[in-house]
Design a protein around this ligand. Structure first.
Ligand code: ADP
Length: 190
């Protein structure tokens, strides 16, 4: 089983690229953001807890998303592997992921980071707010909090995988097709 991680700040285009990768490589896309939004829509207790945090731009507790990931791994069909999007978002989550993947006899294949500057993050999210209507996309203050959380809590995941030789970075400003081609170059080698 392949375990690819799509990494990058909010609005980097992880969801867009993941959808294309699923088609090309027969992977299962696991987006913790999408899974959390499903829980919110269904109004589950977990969804209610998550909504309060997400709407302020904060992360949900590690244990919550870790549980979701484990469930997704268990329910896979005939696939070549997984493409993780929005997870791991803290080094604790990365350590946990490594442990559950090792339990399944595998290892993280590659971390592919789509990099865009903070200014572009803001532009993209403001634009997406008009299309998708996500509550956490609507206010500048919430977007600032998400960017701050990304730098403080998520960015350390880069060093974690870099020391393991699994980290690959590509530029995320440009044409969707060009960025996709750059990601494919990494995947084709791994
Ligand atoms: P984006 O990539 O635009 O930040 P996501 O859909 O990945 O959007 O995530 C939306 C929100 O869901 C995050 O701001 C965070 O509150 C929560 N979330 C998603 N994944 C995780 C995670 N792995 N750990 C903690 N919180 C998460």
């Amino acid at each position: 089983m392949k375990y690819y991680i799509l990494f990058g700040p909010p609005g980097a285009g992880k969801g867009t690229q993941a959808a294309k990768l699923v088609e090309k490589y027969n992977l299962l896309h696991i987006s913790t953001g999408d899974l959390l939004r499903e829980e919110i829509k269904k109004g589950t207790p977990l969804g209610k807890e998550a909504a309060a945090l997400i709407e302020k731009g904060n992360l949900v507790p590690d244990a919550v998303v870790e549980g979701m990931i484990k469930e997704q791994f268990a329910s896979c069909g005939d696939i070549r592997g997984f493409i993780l999007d929005g997870f791991p978002r803290t080094t604790a989550q990365a350590e946990h992921l490594d442990a559950i993947v090792a339990e399944a006899g595998g290892e993280v294949t590659a971390v592919i980071s789509i990099m865009i500057p903070d200014l572009v993050v803001k532009e993209r999210i403001r634009h997406r707010a008009l299309i998708e209507g996500r509550k956490d996309d609507t206010s500048d203050e919430i977007i600032e909090t998400r960017i701050k959380n990304y730098h403080a809590k998520t960015e350390p995941v880069i060093a974690y995988y870099n020391t393991k030789g699994k980290y690959h970075e590509i530029g995320g400003v440009g044409q969707v097709e060009q960025i996709f081609a750059d990601i494919c170059k990494v995947i084709d080698r791994k």
